[in-house]
Design a protein around this ligand. Structure first.
Ligand SMILES: [Zn+2]
Ligand SMILES: [Zn+2]
Length: 270
């Protein structure tokens, strides 16, 4: 994995993660990764009061910067963020990004209609799967229509991890209108998407998004795609990257991206 960057890694700056940045770094070195991007949660006014997904951005930047110098011969460390967008936090989120001097910004939808998708079932109640997934996808579209200071749309299909359905797939052909709207906007705005491998840990048997959505992204002219494990534990760093790479190659991508200083860097797929 000597050419690869895990572009989506959490550590204990995220309120749902207990593992230290150092442990994640050691694991990445063990795996022979080229680098990792720490993309801790910053979810302003997150609906579940058990979590406070905010951290001291400048303290963390200094911390990562110091570790980056220490480890520079072994791997690159990138200072990222996973910013959670809800309609009422757009201005505050924009301030955080403007002042943060990040390498990469993942824009994620973790909460819809005032419910956190991972820990509050309210969003799912009284709706069919079709309605839930369409509503979730519309929320992503609305987020990226109003919030522009990001690089990558996080895990398109995250809602699948928590849906109470026997079949939690989100097939492109069933949601093509809502998905096309997002992908076209991403491409038009010069942004990218990620292939998030956490779907395997959540027993979805696939990446998030699934391959058919990645095929569509490519068809529409999408070029910027990163790979991220979304690891909240040491064991999950670069988890199932072989699957993600196989998908990218199958779909016809020649390059995988990561972000440094908010610009995509393209690594040729071997
Ligand atoms: Zn996320
Ligand atoms: Zn994440």
């Amino acid at each position: 994995m000597n050419n690869l960057v895990d572009s989506h890694v959490h550590c204990d700056y995220s309120d749902d993660c207990r593992i230290s940045a150092l442990s994640q770094i050691e694991r990445a070195i063990e795996l022979g990764l080229k680098g990792i991007a720490f993309t801790d949660h910053y979810d302003i006014d997150y609906p579940n009061p058990r979590y406070t997904f905010e951290f001291d951005v400048s303290a963390r930047r200094k911390n990562i910067h110091d570790m980056a110098i220490h480890y520079e011969r072994k791997l690159s460390l990138l200072h990222g963020i996973e910013i959670g967008i809800q309609p009422h936090v757009i201005n505050q989120a924009a301030e955080v990004i403007k002042n943060g001097q990040f390498d990469c910004v993942i824009c994620s939808t973790h909460a819809v209609e005032g419910f956190s998708l991972c820990s509050q079932s309210g969003f799912f109640e009284g709706k069919t799967k079709q309605e839930v997934y369409n509503r979730y996808l519309d929320e992503i579209y609305s987020a990226i229509s109003q919030f522009h200071d990001y690089d990558i749309v996080g895990h398109i299909g995250y809602v699948r991890r928590y849906g109470p359905y026997a079949n939690r797939s989100m097939p492109y052909k069933e949601f093509s209108d809502a998905i096309d709207r997002i992908l076209k906007k991403v491409i038009e705005d010069g942004k990218g998407i990620e292939i998030n491998t956490s779907g395997f840990a959540y027993k979805l048997g696939s990446t998030i998004p699934e391959i058919d959505i990645i095929v569509r992204y490519k068809q529409l002219g999408g070029e910027i795609i990163t790979i991220g494990s979304d690891a909240h534990t040491k064991e999950r760093v670069a988890d199932n990257f072989d699957q993600a790479l196989a998908i990218l190659q199958h779909v016809g991508f020649n390059y995988v991206a990561y972000f440094k200083n908010r610009k995509p860097v393209f690594n040729k797929l071997q």
